[in-house]
Each structure stands twice: as structure tokens, then as C-alpha cells.
Design a protein around this ligand. Structure first.
Ligand SMILES: Nc1ncnc2c1ncn2[C@@H]1O[C@H](COP(=O)(O)OP(=O)(O)OP(=O)(O)O)[C@@H](O)[C@H]1O
Ligand SMILES: [Mg+2]
Length: 426
């Protein structure tokens, strides 16, 4: 089968070099039994590729099972994949077959392989190398013949470096890597995809299809599409149904892009003039990084203003409320700050006199230990800030992940992954 007929059969739109390369590697490897590692951001089409590979392989009449390693709790993933014996763990009232046994002869698609726990990785390596596996709670090896297609949207080599992913498994899976480029690196596909999604939906619901004016097209091409084709599909369909005018202009289009893309005008990736693709590699993480960087600056400014107020005796810090003794910075307040605020020398153990000031209620702070101002240095870790933002968004949207993800400008799946990664309680 040639590239064109594959595209037609599986509804693959686009003709960019990146997409065509990925597809032709997929077609060449399909007929073998080799493991395949599909790499690409969220929503680029990794799952579609796994279906193409399976259905173009000699195993096409056997089963294809897709398993999302990121969505199965660590405690049950071994049993899901390899099965368990009766009594293997509390609640294992019966013997159970795992996917590697059930799919014998077929293909398993292991999505989000980077989320697979290390213990499960060891079992997977064994089955890839020897065709053998052990059920949980059993010591009797069983044979199976399963082809593995794995996919990830994280950098597995980085995961290897930090000890989250086994190096031997990485090289075993990476025999044939297929890199599906993000949409912003194959801009020539964007408008074609938009047309297809929009026309299909219009036909389906018997509404008049929409068109974009030139400015709107420019925005479409220059938006960074962090959720890639899935995001483009959602937005194309939304606009097709909801646009007030069938000729959609830039403003209307902008109103459909996620709020975080208020970043549209702030980041060079999204400016209209940039068509050369050289500066277009901003991921949602990078955008977040920039926002955090600006927030950090704001916090520094606030800190500065606060210190000035303290210096003028306008504010007495709530020292008793500051947690623990782990101050990393100490700012001695002036020996006599006036305005009813008296301080003593650090070395002195004598009691601190608080001069009650009726004009300035903040000066009446009831503490006995206000002889210096202690400021806990804020954490500047990107991870901490990211976690904080995610918690805020979840709180704001009352735990609704979909809305929180939209607000954060990341995909729901990325949000899901990060909630796990940061162990965020909901
Ligand atoms: N080239 C393409 N042409 C048309 N539709 C596509 C193309 N690639 C992907 N899609 C569609 O985009 C959506 C997302 O694709 P898919 O689920 O395969 O992405 P993914 O990479 O597995 O995403 P995730 O990492 O979030 O799991 C699906 O609806 C799929 O049918
Ligand atoms: Mg997927």
C-alpha cells in the first residue's frame, strides 16, 4: 500500500515532510515483529499510528489492545498486564489472565510508557527478550507471543538519566523510533486539518461550513497548538457550530483559543509575522516558564515594597505565624523604627517592647519576639510553582480537570500526568 492510500484509509490528513516520514517508517516496520517506540507530544496521533502499524502487520486478524500505563494505579498494573494467581494479594479471590496472555498472537499498545513503574518495566523487558512472563504470585513462567508498540510524550532519555526508566528497556523499545512532529512544526498541515474537521462536522449536522479570513488563517497557523491535532479538532468543531458569522475573522477565532493564549501577542511564537518556523518551539511548559519568570519578578518587587514598609515601621511582620526556624534570609529591622515600633538588638535576650499605636493597628501585633524581621525566601523551583498553579486552577474550577486544563493552557492528559507527578490531592 502506498502512502496516499494509507492516508485515505485511516483518515490521515496532511502532507508535510515530517508526517510523511513518520508514516513511511510506520509502514516499513509494520510487517516485522520489531518493537516500535512512537514519540510525540500529546494529541499528535500516536494512537492512530499504532492502529496503522497493527493493521498493516501479519497480526492484523488478531487482537490489538491499548493500555494507558499512566492511568493504571501502580499497585494493579502488574496484574493487569501479566495476570495474577488466586490469593496473590488481598482481594485476589480468583486467578486472572493479564493482557499479555489474552493478546497472545496480537499487539499491545503501551501508551505513556514513561509512566510505567520500574518493577513493571523489569517484567516487560523479560517478556520482550524471552517471550516469557510470570503471573503475579506465580513462579511458573508462561510463554506468549505479543508485539509491543509503545508511545510516550516525555523524553525517555531524561527519564533514564534520573533513574525513572530502565536504560536496557529504553534501548530495547527504541529499535525503531517513530517521531511524529508537533503541529507547529508542520504548519502546512494545519489549515488542511482545520478544513477537514470543520467540513465534516458541518456535513454531519447539516450546517453551512465556515471560512476563515486571511488574518484568522494567520492566527491559526501561528498558534502553538500545545494539544496538537486533538486541540485543533476541538476548536475547529466549536467554531463551526458556534461562530456568529460563517466568515470567521481574527477576533472571533481568538475568542475560541484558550485563555492562556492571551500569550498570543506576548510570545514571538504567536506573532503573525513569524512564518519561518525558527522560533516556534514554545511548548506549554515554556510558556508556563515565562509566566512564572514574570511572576517571580513581581514577587521580588512586592518583597522590596514590603521591606520598605517594614523599614518605615508601617508594618510589623507576623513573626509568630512564620513556620519553623528555617529562615534563609534575615533582615534586621532598624534599631529604632519610630512610629511606635521598638526593636532590640539581636544579641539581647531582654523582652521586646511593643509600643501600642492606635493610629496604626498593624503596629499592635501581639508578639513577644519581633526583634527582627525574618523573610522566608520563596521557592523559585519551577516544579513548585507549576504545582502551585495547578492546585490553584483545580481549586478555582472545583476539581474539574477539563476546565482547569483549559485555564492552564495544557491538555487534560498533561494535567492528569502532572497531578500524579506532583502527588496533588483533590
Ligand atoms: N494526521 C491526522 N489527520 C487527521 N486526524 C488525525 C491525525 N492525527 C491524529 N488525528 C486525530 O487526532 C486525535 C488525536 O490523535 P491520537 O489520539 O492518536 O493522539 P495521541 O498522540 O495518542 O495523543 P495523546 O498523547 O494525548 O494520547 C484523534 O482524534 C485522531 O483521530
Ligand atoms: Mg494517545
Amino acid at each position: 500500500m502506498n502512502l496516499q492510500s494509507i492516508k485515505q484509509r485511516y483518515g490521515i490528513i496532511g502532507n508535510s515532510v515530517g508526517l510523511n516520514n513518520a508514516l513511511s517508517v510506520a509502514m516499513r516496520v509494520a510487517s516485522t515483529d520489531l518493537s516500535v517506540l512512537i514519540l510525540g507530544e500529546s494529541g499528535v496521533g500516536k494512537e492512530v499510528f499504532s492502529k496503522i502499524i497493527h493493521s498493516q502487520s501479519p497480526r492484523k486478524h488478531e487482537m490489538l489492545i491499548a493500555v494507558n500505563c499512566g492511568a493504571i494505579p501502580e499497585g494493579t498494573i502488574d496484574s493487569e498486564l501479566f495476570g495474577h494467581e488466586k490469593g496473590a494479594f488481598t482481594g485476589a479471590s480468583d486467578k486472572r489472565k493479564g493482557y499479555f496472555e489474552v493478546v497472545n498472537g496480537g499487539t499491545i499498545f503501551l501508551d505513556e510508557i514513561g509512566e510505567m513503574p520500574l518493577g513493571t518495566q523489569a517484567r516487560l523487558l523479560r517478556v520482550l527478550e524471552t517471550g516469557e512472563f510470570l503471573k503475579v504470585g506465580s513462579s511458573k513462567a508462561q510463554r506468549t507471543d505479543v508485539r509491543v508498540i509503545a508511545a510516550t510524550n516525555v523524553n525517555l532519555l531524561e527519564a533514564v538519566k534520573v533513574g525513572k526508566f530502565r536504560e536496557d528497556l529504553y534501548y530495547r523499545l527504541n529499535t525503531v523510533p517513530i517521531q511524529i512532529p508537533p503541529l507547529r512544526e508542520r504548519k502546512e498541515d494545519i489549515y488542511q486539518l482545520f478544513r477537514k474537521f470543520s467540513v465534516d462536522l458541518a456535513e454531519q449536522h447539516r450546517i453551512v461550513p465556515i471560512s476563515l479570513d486571511q488574518a484568522a488563517k494567520d492566527i491559526l497557523l501561528n498558534y502553538s497548538w500545545p494539544g496538537n491535532i486533538r486541540e485543533l479538532k476541538n476548536i475547529s468543531e466549536q467554531i463551526t457550530v458556534l461562530a456568529s458569522d460563517r466568515m470567521v475573522g481574527s477576533e472571533e477565532l481568538l475568542s475560541f483559543l484558550p485563555k492562556a493564549s492571551g500569550a498570543l501577542t506576548r510570545f514571538p511564537v504567536l506573532s503573525n509575522s513569524n512564518h519561518n518556523g525558527s522560533n516556534n518551539n514554545f511548548s506549554d511548559r515554556e510558556i508556563l516558564y515565562k509566566i512564572l519568570f514574570e511572576m517571580r519578578q513581581d514577587i521580588q518587587d512586592l518583597k522590596q515594597a514590603m521591606l520598605q514598609l517594614v523599614g518605615h515601621g508601617k508594618v510589623i511582620p507576623p513573626a509568630q505565624q512564620l513556620p519553623g526556624k528555617n529562615w534563609s534570609k534575615e533582615y534586621p529591622a532598624p534599631a529604632s523604627a519610630g512610629n511606635g515600633f521598638k526593636t532590640l538588638d539581636n544579641s539581647s535576650n531582654s523582652p521586646v517592647i511593643i509600643h501600642h499605636n492606635v493610629e496604626d493597628p498593624t503596629a499592635n501585633y501581639p508578639t513577644e519576639d519581633v526583634h527582627r524581621v525574618e523573610v522566608v525566601e520563596e521557592s523559585l523551583s519551577i516544579a513548585d510553582k507549576e504545582k502551585e498553579l495547578i492546585q490553584k486552577a483545580l481549586k478555582k474550577h472545583k476539581g474539574k480537570r477539563k476546565d482547569a486544563a483549559l485555564d492552564l493552557g495544557i491538555s487534560e492528559r498533561t494535567l492528569y500526568r502532572k497531578i500524579k507527578e506532583y502527588n496533588i490531592d483533590q
